[in-house]
Write a protein that binds this ligand. Structure first.
Ligand code: AP5
Ligand code: MG
Length: 223
């Protein structure tokens, strides 16, 4: 099963990708996380993208396409993948289609998380994560079970993203509406776009996604 989680900054793509990865044993490719890891490691890729990300702009298509092509062909992605944050431009979507066609694979669903801009800003402003394992939290909607201690690894160190500053968030939202939202008709025409109410709470969003995936499993069983 190959899925794209689609939506604006703060829509919950990363949150749902983590849940789906555990539930379905799929490989998760979160391009933002991959780029942030490159920046932290100080690699040549990290040096190339650091300033672009800090400004809230999109990294050039050629870099992103090479990054995904290299990962999607790895054995851990053979059972299926969840893409979080890719594609973000028509050029990226076309390159992905070409990659999948050459490997005789296809996309099953593009799941759009619909959230309005005011809620996106609220979510991003309250977001923090574990500095050690990266587990994601939120000041209001997802606090660690024991205050100040990561549920996943027990670390007591947390961090906030460099590009979550208010002025950068507005640039990221602008990039989404201008460069990424135009992909919605591209996938709607292919008949694989499914939109869910991303304004619901985290568990309710997961249930809506489950519903979409269950229909696919039933169709596959009956064919
Ligand atoms: P990326 O890391 O992908 O950032 P993004 O798309 O801006 O999305 P976010 O990670 O901010 O949000 P999310 O949808 O994952 O939400 P989350 O689950 O964290 O990209 C960063 C940068 O990298 C880009 O700006 C660009 O520069 C570059 N880049 C990456 N991919 C690229 C590409 N393909 N091409 C070019 N450049 C690229 O949730 C947010 C918060 O809300 C969390 O605190 C969470 O706990 C909470 N929350 C989640 N769901 C709910 C809910 N249902 N109810 C209440 N709270 C919720
Ligand atoms: Mg994310």
């Amino acid at each position: 099963m190959n899925i794209i989680l689609f939506g604006p900054p703060g829509a919950g793509k990363g949150t749902q990708a983590d849940i789906l990865q555990k539930q379905h044993s799929l490989c998760k490719l979160s391009t933002g996380d991959m780029l942030r890891a490159a920046v932290t490691s100080g690699s040549p890729l990290g040096a190339q993208v650091k300033d672009i990300m800090a400004k809230g702009q999109l990294v050039p298509d050629s870099i992103m396409i090479d990054l995904i092509r290299g990962r999607i062909q790895q054995p851990d992605c053979h059972p299926g993948f969840i893409l979080d944050g890719f594609p973000r431009t028509v050029a990226q979507a076309e390159a992905l289609d070409a990659m999948l066609t050459s490997e005789k694979k296809k996309l099953d669903y593009v799941i759009e998380l619909q959230v309005d801009d005011a809620e996106l800003v609220r979510r991003i402003a309250g977001r923090f994560s574990c500095a050690k394992c990266g587990a994601g939290y939120h000041d209001q909607s997802k606090q660690p079970r024991q205050p100040g201690v990561c549920d996943a690894c027990g670390s007591r160190e947390f961090t906030r993203r460099e590009d979550d500053k208010a002025e950068t968030v507005s640039k990221r939202l602008e990039a989404y509406h201008r460069q990424t939202a135009p992909l919605l008709p591209y996938y709607r025409t292919q008949g694989i776009l499914k939109s869910v109410d991303g304004m619901a709470d985290i568990d309710a969003v997961t249930r809506q996604i489950d519903q979409v995936l269950r229909v696919r499993t039933k169709v596959a069983e009956n064919s």
